[in-house]
Design a binder for this molecule. Structure first.
Ligand code: SF4
Ligand code: SF4
Length: 425
């Protein structure tokens, strides 16, 4: 693992602000790991309310999606998607009234009596997915097929620039802890470890004050990619998730703080996941900040929220600079997994040149998955997917460290991602 320049000072002390409701929201029918929602519950000209479920599926791995504004469905069509390029989306014209579809929460006594199954059903109906980036449907993750004994609440947020988890921990520690208690109840365990990196002293102090009995706080040294599930488990428990395996194979469930906050809001407030906190940051933005943003809001609308550009960006990335995805249009919408949008100037860009590997082995030294990026990428260049597979390309967590460290400026992570997609075919 490596210590990176953090650039978090741009937004780490900026309190979460509500972004304005926009005239239109563009809500993709796939915002999760799995298949797109294929049962669309609305049609053009239908009136919808904020939080109303607008698409779901009958089967498979998926998570329903909800309207993020009240108003009229204008069209259902292919639209830009920050991960997939394009995907089917429901476009809603807001009426500006923001009328909610969901009712007041149940009485405290009733909520406290919910069974694990009832809570999972609420989490499913609220459309909650892993908000740290993976987008895995949370109701599935909270039904592990093997016994678990440890829940790790992931507040590491190791990507440079991003500060959404940090601000949530500073401003909503109690709610996150209540969400963690709900997760423990669903898993039927009582062991929660809260993991926070030492570059977030304010969050650490707040959690120290609020931590209930039975919860442990683990303060981690700041390294990248500490926030990856497997790296976090290794660091905290000194246990390794087997190659091709998942944390529950060794009795662990990990959820990031934004997801746990969404679980709290679904169970205690009856609120579906139709908005999230997003860091809008980078040297090109006039007023970088952390914004509570409706799902489906476009980058173009968010830029207005931040006072526009102070210089022309050369690159826009969804997520952080290490694992994020570059965008080609400002009309792409925020989805459930969008933790940040970073705008880079021309001077900040690293030009990848695909030069020949000088066999320095630095990529191998830094790789947290302990695989050999140099060999895998050479195999990929020769389209030898069999060799790439034998060298465990599928264990790559796409952290980007190998590309970052490579003195030949080879675009290693790009090649490995491609190799993974070919192996899976
Ligand atoms: S091979 Fe994958 S896991 Fe290893 S450093 Fe490169 S991107 Fe990260
Ligand atoms: S860091 Fe770059 S140059 Fe060095 S071994 Fe890896 S791929 Fe080759």
């Amino acid at each position: 693992m490596v210590r990176l320049a953090e650039h978090k000072e741009l937004t780490e002390n900026k309190a979460i602000q509500n972004a304005k409701l926009t005239v239109k929201v563009y809500i993709p029918l796939v915002q999760h790991f799995g298949r797109p929602c294929d049962k669309i519950l609305v049609k053009p000209n239908d009136l919808v309310k904020t939080g109303q479920m607008i698409a779901t599926s009958e089967s498979g791995l998926f998570s329903p999606v909800h309207a993020s504004a009240s108003g009229k469905v204008s069209v259902i069509t292919d639209w830009l998607h920050p991960v997939l390029g394009r995907a089917k989306a429901v476009i809603i014209e807001s009426d500006g009234r923001d009328e909610k579809n969901y009712n007041e929460p149940a009485a405290r006594k009733e909520i406290d009596a919910y069974s694990a199954e009832k809570i999972r059903e609420i989490i499913f109906n609220a459309g909650i997915v892993g908000m740290g980036g993976a987008g895995f449907p949370t109701h599935i993750k909270l039904k592990p097929s093997k016994p678990v004994d440890t829940f790790i609440l992931n507040g590491a947020e190791c990507e440079p620039y991003l500060t959404t988890d940090h601000r949530l921990m500073v401003e909503h520690a109690n709610e996150i802890i209540e969400g963690a208690k709900i997760v423990l109840k669903v898993l039927g365990i009582d062991n929660c470890i809260v993991a926070i990196e030492d570059n977030k002293p304010e969050a650490v102090e707040i959690f120290k004050k609020h931590l209930p009995a039975g919860f442990k706080l683990k303060i981690l040294k700041t390294y990248y990619p500490q926030g990856g599930e497997k790296q976090l488990i290794k660091e905290i428990l000194n246990k390794e998730v087997p190659s091709g395996g998942l944390p529950f194979d060794i009795g662990v469930v990990v959820q990031n703080v934004a997801t746990v906050f969404a679980i709290y809001e679904a169970v205690d407030k009856n609120k579906p996941l139709y908005e999230r906190v997003v860091s809008v940051t980078g040297s090109c933005i006039e007023n970088p900040g952390n914004f509570l943003v409706r799902i489906g809001t476009t980058v173009r609308d968010l830029i207005q929220e931040c006072g526009g550009f102070k210089k022309e960006p050369a690159k826009v990335v969804f997520g952080g600079p290490m694992m994020g995805i570059a965008q080609f249009s400002l009309d792409v919408p925020v989805i459930k997994t969008t933790s940040g949008i970073v705008f880079f100037s021309k001077e900040e860009l690293v030009v990848r040149e695909d030069r020949v590997c000088c066999r320095c082995a630095r990529c191998i030294d830094v790789c947290p998955a302990r695989i050999m990026p140099a060999i895998i990428t050479m195999a990929a260049e020769k389209e030898r997917w069999d060799i790439a597979k034998d060298y465990d390309a599928l264990d790559c967590i796409e952290c980007g460290l190998c590309s970052y460290i490579c003195p030949a400026k080879r675009d290693l992570v790009h090649l490995i991602k491609y190799a993974k997609s070919r192996i899976k075919k």
